[in-house]
Design a binder for this molecule. Structure first.
Ligand code: ADP
Ligand code: MG
Length: 250
């Protein structure tokens, strides 16, 4: 589905992504691991249009999507989750979900917010959709909670929920488990698996917790110093000497 060819992203003379090539197969939950500073987040940001590449190519179902803006990728069903922006933390969880379909960033969201006040029917449909998403994620009880009051893990679930408000095809998750307790991490993992199995979402997941990666992801891609070092099943990866060396070297 997603093919990345010889991708580079340099910052000044520093090669954060240094000729990475990889593929994300339709229907997979692909893991992306690697030591801190390996270039994982930078790679995600280039694929998702947040950062322009220095060189290289990204295609989605054969179509060149290199350097497209996040909102253009959003319309193609390619989503990268974002932290709940500060200005939305005083809105409820349900309201945060309801404003997603217009786009993911800044001004578009605010436009949608004002426009939607005038369109009651649309609002009712959005509300029903948001409630369905909350039910799917087993967080219906948080619908009227202010987003800013959620725990780290609950926020991650809300971020995942926002991808369900639109027709997502492939979703990029950066460190879903960071600062999340084990119970919520399992809930997030279950939601990812169900979205994959029941709704056909393809995922690419960056995560440090190898239990989580091992349980969810196949294949797992390992990055180090801006390049892809290895790829395979989680078990296979953990026996790879170059991978072990890359981790021990940091
Ligand atoms: P990872 O997510 O694998 O930990 P990152 O992609 O965040 O790695 O970072 C890779 C390298 O690129 C790091 O050394 C980081 O300091 C550097 N880097 C990331 N973003 C920038 C930036 N905007 N400007 C300069 N250097 C950056
Ligand atoms: Mg990172």
């Amino acid at each position: 589905m997603i093919v990345v060819e010889d991708l580079h992203r340099h910052f000044g003379g520093f090669r954060a992504v240094d000729g990475a090539s990889l593929q994300i197969a339709t229907g997979s939950i692909t893991g992306l691991i690697g030591p801190n500073g390996a270039g994982k987040s930078t790679l995600f940001n280039v694929i998702a249009g947040v950062l322009p590449p220095t060189s290289g190519r990204v295609t989605m179902d054969g179509e060149d999507i290199t350097g497209l803006a996040p909102h253009e990728l959003f319309h193609k069903g390619l989503l990268r989750t974002f932290q709940i922006a500060h200005e939305f933390s005083s809105m409820t969880v349900r309201e945060n979900l309801m404003m997603v379909p217009a786009g993911q960033t800044g001004e578009t969201l605010w436009n949608a917010w004002f426009r939607r006040a005038a369109i009651r029917a649309e609002e009712a449909a959005l509300r029903a959709k948001a409630d369905e998403v909350l039910d799917f994620l087993t967080i219906s009880h948080l619908a009227d909670e202010k987003a800013g009051n959620l725990s780290g893990g609950q926020k991650k679930l809300l971020e995942l929920g926002r991808t369900m408000m639109v027709e997502a095809k492939v979703v990029f998750l950066d460190e879903v488990g960071a600062g999340v307790n084990r119970t919520l991490l399992n809930t997030i993992g279950d939601a990812i698996v169900r979205l994959n199995k029941e709704r056909g979402y393809t995922f690419c997941v960056i995560e440090h917790d190898m239990d989580f990666i091992g349980r969810l992801c196949d294949p797992v891609i390992v990055m180090a110093t801006g390049k892809v070092l290895a790829q395979g099943s989680a078990a296979h990866i953990m026996e790879n000497e170059a991978v072990i060396e890359a981790y021990l070297g940091t």
